[in-house]
Design a protein around this ligand. Sequence first.
Ligand code: GAR
Length: 201
Amino acid sequence: MKKTRIAVFVSGGGTNLQALIDAEKRGELPSGEIALVLSNVQSAYALTRAENAGIKGVWVSKKELGSQEAFEEKVVEILTQEKIDLIVLAGFMSILTKSFTDRYADRIINIHPSLIPSFCGKGYWGLHVHEAALEKGVKVTGATVHFVNEIPDGGKIIMQKAVEVEEGDTPEILQKRVMEQAEWIILPKATEKIAREIANK
Ligand code: GAR
């Protein structure tokens, strides 16, 4: 069976990308292959992780291209060239327009570090999500993998996993626990699930 060709979009450290690379190496992503890593940040360590794994990495600069529209046009050109079937946003800190998300309807998934609909939407990214969770005093948080549409963190939920908040947690400690106990587990699982559905279409 033909494997689903996956592009992982990143902006930073890329620990979720690493979880995907490791899952593929262990044979836990049998329906897909990570064919491309695309970053909107030139210095993203995720690009080094791609290189170390022998995966093609590209940097696309919105600043150099001049607009979001030109950025997305360039991205579409690259995805078409690489015959990408599925896009995984793994710490990609840029909001895609409706024109882009419509073009890849049900073909873009994202990992978000909270139990949606809590602590999500505009402004809730990275450490800010965990700061907000601690400020609110929730006792349980977690991570969500969902489809991406034009509403930030608003698409259909695919998978979730809960993580306990502990006494004395800082945003950094909580972020690490959510990554270890939820994100790095459900992102590869959800990616395989959707890759399998696409491969079977
Ligand atoms: C992860 O916690 C991811 O869930 C979050 O950013 C971090 C990226 O880390 N994404 C968002 O907040 C998206 N709204 P990574 O680069 O090490 O995977």
